[in-house]
Design a binder for this molecule. Structure first.
Ligand SMILES: [Zn+2]
Ligand SMILES: [Zn+2]
Length: 288
């Protein structure tokens, strides 16, 4: 059974994201548990939790996923920013736990003025600090692969593997694979020869049991461009051929998938793009 959904806005309440997901025909939903461009956040009330949990149950939306703030940089050599990022990651996990969300996706970080090796170590240290402060938290961090813009880390699967290996509790860390970011970082999804190479790299460096979520986005920019621009499914450089390979792969199709594509209306069909993209993914999976 496929689990496909999209990132949805929490404007008006967490349950609103669930309602929007159901409205679009999603099986699952991703959301921010706070404003993604601010450090501060209002506390989550019991009422927020009840409404969110009720909406999930009644609307049959499963696999809720949290995405952490974009301000967090666990690789930063700037001590105040690094400390703030750790504090913020603690809050992200606490908020997810409170809402009953099992995973929080975070971009590993950017090393800015230091080096790749130093950056990878800092990320692992930061994760260790977060874990030490939350010894009983069930919500887990998922490191997302990146496009590799600037000094951002995690674009090579080996880098994600290295961070996890350096953590004191690697069993508390999973991975979210973004198809657009992977392509931008050089991992092809078609033709079959490139797809096989990408899958082998995922299996070797990450392992299927560690991949808890997929971000299904097509890419405006070509393979290896190291530039992150999401496109609608089949309208980018991954194309229908790439997504057909993804949707029909026995390992990948078991993983919950979340769209992070623009939220406008498709002028071709007059339908919201989420509806169109979900239909495209289901068709390519052979499950129309
Ligand atoms: Zn993503
Ligand atoms: Zn992206």
């Amino acid at each position: 059974m496929l689990t496909i959904g999209a990132h949805m806005s929490i404007a008006g309440g967490y349950y609103k994201a669930v309602e929007a997901a159901a409205e679009a025909g999603c099986d699952c939903v991703q959301l921010f548990t706070k404003n993604n461009n601010q450090w501060r956040a209002k506390p989550i009330t019991d009422d927020d939790v009840d409404r969110f949990q009720n909406a999930l149950k009644t609307l049959r939306i499963r696999a809720p996923l949290s995405h952490a703030s974009y301000l967090i940089n666990l690789a930063s050599p700037d001590r105040p920013l690094w400390d703030k990022s750790i504090d913020s990651m603690v809050v992200e996990l606490e908020r997810a736990e409170r809402l009953g969300i099992p995973y929080v996706v975070v971009h590993p970080g950017a090393y800015t003025t230091t080096s790749e090796a130093r950056g990878l170590r800092k990320i692992a240290w930061a994760i260790d600090r977060v874990h030490r402060r939350l010894p009983h938290c069930r919500a887990q961090i998922l490191l997302e692969n990146t496009a590799g813009q600037g000094t951002t880390l995690g674009w090579k699967f080996e880098q994600l593997a290295r961070i996890i290996e350096l953590c004191r509790h690697p069993e508390r860390v999973g991975v979210c694979v973004d198809t657009c970011h992977a392509l931008a970082a050089g991992y092809g999804w078609s033709p079959p020869s490139q797809f096989d190479t990408t899958l082998e790299a995922l299996e070797t460096h990450i392992g299927w049991n560690r991949i808890r979520a997929l971000h299904v986005n097509d890419s405006m920019k070509p393979r290896g461009s190291r530039v992150d621009r999401h496109a609608h499914i089949g309208h980018g450089q991954i194309g229908e051929s790439g997504f057909r390979n993804i949707m029909r792969n026995a390992h990948l199709r078991k993983i919950p998938m979340y769209l992070e594509t623009p939220k406008s209306t498709d002028p071709g069909t007059g339908q919201p793009w989420d509806v169109v993209n979900l239909a495209t993914l289901r068709r390519l999976a052979g499950e129309e």
